[in-house]
Design a protein around this ligand. Structure first.
Ligand SMILES: [Zn+2]
Length: 282
């Protein structure tokens, strides 16, 4: 699943609000315009932005940008517009299969932009997070719309399902996706009762200080990037170790912990030869 963003109807710099929004909410709308394409809605908002507009209108695999993300848009009333760097409308179609595809685009876009602005993937709860226009009407006021629930009902999506999809992605089941991490590098893991097998540990004690600005993932169970994630260690963090070894294209160190070991890759290796350093040894 992917979408493209079409900026044909994006507001020019002299159009729309010029203030930046604070990154508190991402607002979910639907167009309340059954049968009108995302493109037509975007074209309309481009012409009538002085009345109302949002940042994105999600269609079937395509998204039209109107307002500039990060800046205020006029879509959900005076109580929240200044707190919402992204507001998204969902195209409404009477074709159920198409509406489901549009919904998938809508969810994917919402998740991408919530992450971009550091907005939690929670739905209609208190505090920062993703909010429906309906939630704004009921909890903050200044507006009386109830979208997007009416449109979602046509494809059997209720509030519970919407919350799950915002949290995990459309069509996904809870907790089956890998955790989002800040780095593609392996990290230290949770200690296991038994040390990992399949790697030849060479005894050596010392302290490793991470110098890579992306940080490194500490793993539990075994020296593998597929092992459970224990923590993401940041630049400057230190790890005491009692052995090192080569596995999976990395040089690993083994950190004694109260109930086993943590495993941290410290750089790339080609076979049993180190080829890079992500930190310094002492
Ligand atoms: Zn709305």
């Amino acid at each position: 699943m992917a979408y493209t963003i079409d900026k044909s109807f994006a507001l020019a710099s002299k159009e729309g609000a010029s203030q930046k929004a604070s990154n508190k909410y991402l607002i979910l709308h639907s167009t309340a315009n059954l049968g009108a394409s995302a493109k037509n809605n975007a074209s309309y908002e481009k012409r009538t932005w002085t009345t109302a507009y949002v940042h994105f209108i999600a269609g079937d695999g395509i998204v039209y940008q109107v307002g500039t993300p990060g800046y205020v848009a006029w879509g959900a009333g005076p109580k929240v517009n200044g707190l919402s760097p992204v507001q998204i409308e969902m195209e409404e179609s009477a074709d159920v299969a198409k509406q489901r595809r549009i919904y998938n685009t809508y969810i994917e876009l919402a998740r991408d932009y919530a992450k971009k602005y550091g907005i939690p993937l929670t739905l209609d709860t208190t505090g920062n997070g993703v909010k429906t226009h309906n939630w704004v009407s009921q909890n903050l006021g200044g507006t009386d719309h109830s979208d997007p629930y009416g449109a979602l009902k046509r494809i059997g999506i209720d509030k519970t399902q919407l919350a799950k999809d915002i949290a995990n992605g459309a069509g996904s089941s809870v907790a089956t996706k890998p955790a989002t991490t800040t780095s593609s590098k392996p990290a230290v893991s949770k200690p296991a009762a038994t040390p990992s097998t399949g790697i030849k540990w060479i005894a050596q004690t010392g302290v490793f200080t991470i110098t890579d600005s992306d940080g490194i993932k500490l793993r539990s169970g075994s020296a593998s990037v597929k092992s459970p994630l224990l923590a993401i260690l940041k630049k400057g963090n230190t790890v005491k170790y009692n052995a090192y070894g080569y596995a999976g294209g990395y040089v690993w160190i083994r950190q004694p912990r109260s109930n086993g070991y943590g495993y941290l890759p410290t750089g790339n290796a080609s076979g049993n030869k180190r080829t890079s350093y992500w930190g310094a040894f002492k």
